[in-house]
Design a protein around this ligand. Structure first.
Ligand code: FES
Length: 226
């Protein structure tokens, strides 16, 4: 998995935050997504909109290997096709009723999705591939992802990279642009890191957030008074 911006792949969340048989919401570039893990452990990413009446699928639940909508209970199998309509239990739902799956991959302790049509996997990043990673935390930051990328020392044009930090040790930082002016920063540590380092890294993430949001606030105020 590449850390550059040109593959169309986005790090949605820490793998550890998506438990077996659960669903969660995510947003990339203003596009709302439902992220769920089936009973076999496979992650799926769909547009967060039920094909029936548009309810958020991320509010639903996983049942018998399918994602069920909270509103009327329609169930959708792993390929997105509707497999069960509770009000018509004997009906075989037409294949045209289906949710919209996106290409998904799971590596480096993260769930990734592609918002591009073909979704072909980009080249692996040797620095990120070179270590096993343990999750530390995810932070929502009310600041442009490009500013946060600079603050963590990300190479130009990258949304994810393995970084060497003096105090915190080897770090994998990954950024998800949520919408204009807001992003998620996911932090992972090399599996060899001790508990102390994990605490240091979590503190560093909070510090990055505070500085980035302070700067974004100053930029906003400067625009208001200009
Ligand atoms: S809105 Fe989802 S089942 Fe009706």
């Amino acid at each position: 998995m590449s850390g550059t911006c040109d593959g169309g792949w986005y790090p949605l969340m820490l793998s550890a935050d998506l438990e077996l048989g659960t669903v969660a919401g995510s947003t990339v570039l203003g596009r709302d997504l439902a992220v769920w893990r089936d009973g076999e452990g496979q992650a799926h990413v769909w547009d967060d909109r039920c094909p029936h009446r548009g309810m958020r699928l991320s509010l639903g639940f996983v049942r018998e290997g399918a994602l069920a909508c909270l509103y009327h209970g329609w169930r959708f199998g792993v390929d997105g096709r509707c497999v069960h309509i509770p009000a018509h239990p004997d009906l075989s739902p037409p294949g045209t009723i289906r949710a919209a799956p996106l290409p998904v991959a799971e590596c480096h302790g993260l769930v990734w999705a592609s918002v591009e049509e073909d979704g072909s996997l980009p080249e692996g990043d040797p620095a990120m591939d070179a270590a096993a990673w343990v999750p530390v935390r995810s932070l929502r930051i009310e600041a442009p992802w490009q500013d946060v990328a600079r603050a963590v020392g990300m190479p130009d044009g990258h949304r994810a990279a393995a970084l060497d930090r003096d105090v915190e040790g080897r770090v994998l930082a990954a950024l998800l642009p949520v919408r204009e002016g807001a992003c998620m920063l996911h932090l992972l540590a090399a599996a060899s890191a001790g508990v102390e380092r994990l605490h240091d890294l979590a503190d560093w993430g909070q510090d990055v957030r505070a500085r980035a949001e302070e700067r974004a606030g100053q930029v906003f105020l400067a625009g208001v008074v200009a």
